[in-house]
Design a protein around this ligand. Structure first.
Ligand code: MEV
Length: 425
């Protein structure tokens, strides 16, 4: 079984499903399910409020992934051209070095209970510290069955914080942090329930008012990592130069937050697309990743690239608060189909896949930027959208795109002319 499907991109969507089924990686029931309608209006209506319709996005698949020796076809939901193509191509390139290796921490989320109007923060903190066992016992009772799934309550700590913005009145606060291993769930609801359960006990222990009680999206106890080592020869005859240029592009991002923001945006192109496909809260993941990227006081790239001898080494470390159960996963049929297509065992494996996809995506962007520039690939994909907007039939699109790219004229008007010429020829 291999996720290498040469020419996958040239097939039509129906044939792509057949090709996926023929690899043996995806069960025929799963590929059949993708031919059925997606989210119904009735299901949408129970997901959020004030529903009037549903909204579709392309559901694509990045083939070629080899992660920890496992062949994977990765579902991606994204509206931006070139993202899936870049990911697929880089996954193919990574195979020259044996693919990706990935690992991730247990699903530990952080909850916060904030104590406000604190007059003596040290005394308030020590009052809480002396009762942590009691608070842990209360918290452990909230989700008593979580340990059956490999999760459970993992402890508490007390933090003293001070608001001291120049020119404003300073304010002390004490914050109780607790840690909950949410196993295969993202866990927001479980964490928030514990935070609210602890709040009255925190008030009675401290004699002060509790302010916020909510999870933290800086999920830095739930990190995922991926690595890749690609021989520079895999980048072609001038591979050593390309690899050096990729490492240099990374150093630019390390030195400059303006560049790091764009660098990390490219990483998130991949991670968000897998989040969407698998029903995960990509806003939570975005918030966590960017906060984590600033942990040393400057916003930095979440990946690293360096050349060592004849090998380009890449790695990524990001917090990934993602799940394979709960939330929209239960309701949205495409989410279930995408998870079945991906075939991961649980949230930790999913996080490892996402980290690998983010690394592949970043490699694709840096390689393009360091060589032909990003626009050539983007414009090739853009030409497809323009051709379709000009009314080209699927069998006409390739010819129209080739002309638009050659002429470097991507106007719908020119595409319409070309469609007419093609049909009159
Ligand atoms: C575009 O969506 C993402 C890039 O800008 C990322 C990058 O510059 O590294 C190409």
């Amino acid at each position: 079984m291999s996720s290498r499907i040469p020419g996958f991109y040239k097939l039509d969507p129906d044939a792509r499903l057949d090709a996926l089924a023929s690899t043996g990686l995806v069960a025929p029931e799963t590929t059949a399910a993708f031919r059925e309608p997606g989210l119904s209006i009735a299901d949408a209506n129970v997901m959020v409020e004030n529903v009037i319709s549903t909204f579709s996005l392309p559901n694509a698949v990045a083939v070629n992934f080899l992660i920890d020796g496992r062949e994977l076809a990765v579902p991606m939901v994204v509206e931006e051209p070139s993202v899936v193509a870049a990911c697929t191509n880089m996954a193919k390139l990574a195979r020259a070095g044996g693919g990706f290796t990935a690992d991730s921490d247990a699903g530990v989320m952080i909850g916060q209970v904030q104590v406000v109007d604190v007059t003596d923060p040290v005394a308030t903190a020590s009052a809480l510290e002396s009762r942590l066992d009691e608070l842990a016992a209360i918290a452990s009772e909230v989700h008593p069955r979580l340990h059956e799934y490999g999760g459970g309550f993992r402890g508490l700590e007390v933090r003293v914080l001070r608001y001291e913005e120049p020119g404003e009145k300073p304010e002390d606060m004490v914050v109780l942090h607790f840690f909950l291993d949410c196993a295969d769930a993202m866990g927001a609801n479980m964490v928030n329930t514990i935070a609210e359960t602890l709040a009255p006990h925190v008030e009675s222990i401290t004699g002060h008012t509790v302010g916020l009680r909510i999870l933290s999206n800086l999920a830095d106890r739930r990190l995922a990592r991926a690595r890749v080592a690609i021989p520079v020869s895999a980048f072609g005859p001038d591979g050593a130069c390309v690899a050096d240029a990729i490492a240099s592009a990374w150093r630019f991002a390390w030195a400059d937050p303006y560049r790091a923001a764009t660098h990390n945006k490219g990483v998130m192109n991949g991670i968000d697309a897998v989040c969407l496909a698998t029903g995960n809260d990509w806003r939570a993941v975005e918030a966590g990743v960017h906060a984590f990227a600033s942990r040393d006081g400057q916003y930095r790239p979440v990946t690293r690239w360096r050349v060592d001898g004849d090998v380009l080494h890449g790695s990524i470390e990001v917090p990934l608060q993602v799940g394979t159960i709960g939330g929209p996963i239960r309701v949205h049929p495409r989410v279930q189909h995408n998870l079945a297509l991906l075939g991961v065992s649980g949230a930790r494996e999913l996080a490892g896949v996402m980290a690998s996809v983010g690394l592949a995506q970043n490699l694709g962007a840096l390689k393009a930027l360091a060589t032909e520039g990003i626009q050539a690939g983007h414009m090739r994909m853009h030409a497809r959208t323009v051709a379709a907007a000009a009314g080209a039939e699927p069998h006409e699109v390739a010819k129209i795109c080739a002309r638009l790219c050659r002429e470097r004229d991507y106007s719908v008007e020119r595409a319409r002319q070309l469609v007419r010429e093609l049909r009159d020829a």
